[in-house]
Ligand binder design. Structure first.
Ligand code: BES
Ligand code: MN
Ligand code: ZN
Length: 478
């Protein structure tokens, strides 16, 4: 990991220097003087190609000065310093420091929000995770020139939270069952209240039980985390996370079987909620936040639910289960109904690796956002663009609602009557049946929740998507 500290000038013990190049220029008179260099010449003669450096490109030159430990100076290109270029450059610095425990000097001269983006991405790019028997941990200390303490703290807080979510997502499913997640929730609650329901206490949670009953040891968990701000009369946000600790598809087994391998990531929504909660106290959030982590394993066993079953959700709605691989919406439905009945949310938002269709529609850079509240959508889009967790507003198409019809229950849950072929949309319409008019938004993160390659900010595997978005948006409540 990386830790950030403020520095006025280069310390003698720094082993490495990073110097940004913006639009082909590097400006740091004090460094130029100390090392007796002309950066313009260095860039003109030694840059790896004649073309302008792309954001995130790094090249190093040897330096030395009496009494200073540093032997190399790394130019890091910020391109033209757009928001995404800043993130690419930050990530490249973080990547370069993977596997190192160095003292590093970062010569930044950026605005506050730019500094924050750069540093958050650096700590994200630095993330690695494995269970190798000889695994070591590494921490590099970054001294940031003129970095304002508040900005450094905030970047640390946010990036540590994202990396915490990633650790949970990376953990394999033989280790992380629902009970394990409940333990993590307690471990990282950071002052938030944690309440856990299991066994008979889940009597009313028909969706959670139907899915989680497939893996009765230890069975499903409903994990409620509550953060109360000092401010009185604060608004109440409820976030509901899909926490499927492994998704085999159940009796409607996933095929081809290869697509099952990444399904330890199917609790990425719950991981994001947990990580958000862990950061609220330190960021002094001015809003009440309750997280509901809906945790279950979707396994195949003699206690699995069957295609054709009818279940009763929290609040009494009956649902005909047609495909046991559409399990996410079943556990979320209980969470949403619980929130509506018990928590009086001003904002109700769920986050879930819900449908392959979301990825087909938007790829792996934007999450699908559904809501009927246009003002809130705009806020989330802005928070997404600022934080890097970007969202795209998708439609809740009323004409497709007939897809939910069932002959024997209130609704069917695969929502595929009538062949509308819009799996992410109809899944959102299913969830909307449980929100009873409450101000609600749904984030389908099936595409963004996991990266298939180790590149940029993301390691291969869980990305921790949603933590930056939600913390950014929560931070707008004053
Ligand atoms: N967890 C999956 C969705 C998913 C797929 C997430 C790929 C990440 C990557 C979800 O439970 C699922 O299986 N959804 C089905 C729904 C269908 C059976 C209606 C899907 O999207 O195919
Ligand atoms: Mn599934
Ligand atoms: Zn799933």
């Amino acid at each position: 990991m990386l830790t950030f500290k403020r520095a006025e000038k280069l310390s003698k013990k720094a082993a490495q220097i990073f110097l940004p190049v913006i639009d082909g220029k590097a400006v740091a008179p004090e460094l130029a003087k100390l090392f007796q260099l002309n950066f313009e010449d260095e860039l003109a003669f030694f840059a790896p190609s004649d073309k302008p450096l792309k954001a995130g490109e790094i090249f190093e030159i040897p330096v030395s000065a009496e009494g200073y430990k540093c032997e190399r100076l790394a130019f890091v290109s910020l391109g033209k310093a757009s928001a995404s270029e800043l993130r690419q450059a930050g990530a490249a610095v973080g990547r370069k420091l993977r596997g190192k425990s160095d003292d590093v000097y970062l010569h930044l001269d950026l605005k506050k929000d730019e500094t924050k983006s750069f540093l958050v991405s650096a700590n994200l790019g630095n993330f690695t995770w494995n269970l190798k028997s000889d695994a070591k941990t590494f921490t590099s200390n970054i001294e940031v020139r003129n970095g304002e303490i508040e900005v450094l703290k905030s970047a640390q807080l946010v990036s540590d939270a994202v990396n915490r979510a990633r650790q949970l997502i990376h953990t394999p499913s033989n280790i992380k069952n629902p009970e394990w997640i409940a333990r993590q929730a307690k471990k990282y609650a950071n002052g938030a209240k944690v309440e856990i329901k299991s066994g008979t206490a889940l009597k009313e949670f028909g969706g959670l039980r139907a899915v989680g009953g497939s893996s009765p040891k230890p069975g499903p968990r409903f994990i409620k985390m509550t953060y109360v701000p000092r401010k009185s009369g604060a608004k109440h946000i409820v976030i509901v996370g899909k926490g499927i600790t492994y998704d085999t598809g159940g009796i409607s087994l996933k095929r081809p079987y290869d697509i099952m391998i990444p399904m330890k990531s199917d609790m990425a929504g719950a991981a994001a909620c947990l990580a958000v909660m862990s950061a609220l106290k330190d960021m002094k959030a001015n809003v009440k936040v309750t997280a509901l982590l809906m945790c279950a394993e979707n396994s195949i066993s003699s206690t699995s639910q069957r295609p054709g079953d009818v279940i009763t959700h929290y609040g009494g709605k009956t649902v005909e289960v047609l495909n046991t691989d559409a399990e996410g919406r079943l556990v979320l439905a209980d969470g949403l109904a619980y929130a509506v009945k018990n928590l009086k949310p001003d904002y109700l938002i769920d986050i879930a690796t819900l449908t392959g269709s979301a990825t087909l529609g938007l790829g792996k850079q934007y999450a699908a956002l559904y809501s009927r509240n246009l003002k809130w959508i705009k806020e989330l889009r802005t928070a997404g663009d600022i934080s890097g967790d970007r969202v795209w507003h998708m439609p809740l198409i009323d004409d497709y609602e007939s897809a939910l019809e069932s002959d024997i229950a209130d609704i069917n849950h695969t929502a595929d009557k009538g062949d509308f072929n819009a799996g992410s949309v109809t899944a959102a319409l299913f969830l909307e049946q449980f929100v009873n008019g409450v101000n609600w938004a749904h984030l389908d993160i099936a595409g963004v929740g996991r990266a298939e390659a180790d590149s940029g900010e993301n390691p291969k595997g869980g990305t921790g998507w949603g933590v930056r978005l939600l913390l950014e948006w929560i931070g707008t409540f004053k």
